[in-house]
Design a protein around this ligand. Structure first.
Ligand SMILES: [Zn+2]
Ligand SMILES: [Zn+2]
Length: 374
């Protein structure tokens, strides 16, 4: 029995080591948060201001990066960066809103950091146009995000779910005519998001301005700046690092809530809100089917996975209507974990039998058993 216990002990130690390694990679670089907007127009399409004025607005309002995404046009950023960029303080990233139609439906997909202009996509169906736009952006080395699905009531949740090689969509767009909330039987974008996540497709939700108007401050009918953004965790302020973090879901989207930290481990999701003024907060943890798993009333909260949520994401609601969306994480099923434990136990038992048969010392066979389980 002592030998069996030792064998199991080694296996359990291996399991703990594996989990610990997942939680805290030893070589992780120092990470920082960078606030940015990935959807902006200038006079080069239907915006009302020069690229210089647009960049200046974001630079002066606490952003660290901005992607210029004119309709079917790549606005050059070298001159803008020469004027406005500073190491780890501010960066302009080039981009394009690839603007296509499927019949009468507007199909807009942003290409972030595209190496060249991407032609509008054509196709017989919404799904076809969407996929070709995404593929065109990927082939130009850009990162796609699907814009305002409810603008023109163009893209259904089923059509969105079927797109391949796309990880990002706008769960919030600051333009006043994009129908974020849904209506008339069409679901709002959070419901769309939960439907897609529930189907097993991992999709991250971003918030953007889609700013066109910098000369109409205070006009609710204008698409002004400062309404929606992402805050990305990356080792440095460079386009590739920012976009990699976006595609890994290492960011939160916001319409005004600032987070001090988001921590995901193999067992839990923790959110820490930066409390501002007299605001109060609710932190809602959401899982399969859009089910609210827990609602915390403190500005710091942790949700421990039970194993049957499918996924867990968090939404922070501020007392004046501002919101932050923390990205979903897939939750490993309990049964899968249990079977790993069982498998390791069987490996331990195998080691015990081996020891008994071959009459070796304790160390050798357990070593074999451990290496076989890796
Ligand atoms: Zn658009
Ligand atoms: Zn736009």
């Amino acid at each position: 029995m002592r030998l069996l216990g030792a064998g199991l002990g080694v296996c359990l130690a291996a399991l703990v080591t594996t989990l610990t390694a997942q939680e805290a990679p030893a070589s992780a670089p120092a990470m920082r948060w960078f606030k940015g907007n990935t959807h902006t127009h200038t006079l080069n399409s239907d915006g009302d201001s020069t690229p210089d004025d647009v960049v200046r607005w974001y630079r002066e309002h606490g952003y660290q990066f901005l992607v210029l995404t004119d309709h079917n046009f790549v606005t050059g950023v070298d001159g803008l960066n020469a004027l406005h960029a500073a190491d780890d303080k501010f960066l302009v990233v080039k981009g394009e809103e690839v603007t296509s139609r499927a019949g009468e439906k507007p199909i807009h997909v942003n290409g972030l950091d595209v190496a060249r202009r991407v032609e509008p996509a054509t196709g017989a169906t919404v799904g076809e146009v969407l996929q070709r736009a995404v593929d065109g952006i990927r082939s130009a080395s850009g990162v796609p995000h699907i814009n305002h699905p409810n603008f023109g009531w163009a893209i259904t949740s089923e059509e969105l779910q079927q797109v391949r090689n796309n990880r990002l969509f706008e769960v919030f767009n600051g333009h006043p005519q994009v129908n974020n909330e849904g209506g008339g039987g069409v679901p709002g974008l959070e419901e769309v998001w939960d439907r897609i996540l529930t189907s097993g497709t991992l999709l991250y939700g971003i918030a953007v301005d889609d700013a066109h108007h910098f000369k109409r401050p205070g006009d609710p009918l204008a698409s002004g700046p400062g309404r929606g953004w992402v805050t990305v965790r990356a080792p440095r302020l460079e386009a590739k690092a920012l976009l990699a973090a976006l595609e890994q879901g290492d960011f939160y989207a916001s319409t005004g809530v600032v987070l001090d930290d988001v921590a995901t481990t193999a067992t839990a999701l923790a959110v820490k809100v930066k409390v501002e003024g007299t605001s109060k907060y609710r932190i809602r943890f959401i899982g399969r089917g859009g089910k609210v798993l827990r609602e915390a009333t403190e500005p710091t909260a942790t949700y421990t996975f039970t194993g049957d949520e499918g996924y867990v994401r968090a939404k922070v609601l501020e007392s004046n209507g501002r919101v932050a969306w923390v990205q979903p994480v897939k939750v490993a099923q309990k049964t899968a974990r249990a079977s790993v434990g069982l498998w390791l136990a069987v490996a331990g038992l195998g080691a015990f039998v081996l020891i008994r048969r071959q009459g070796r010392t304790l160390l050798e066979p357990t070593k074999d058993a451990t290496s076989a389980s890796v």
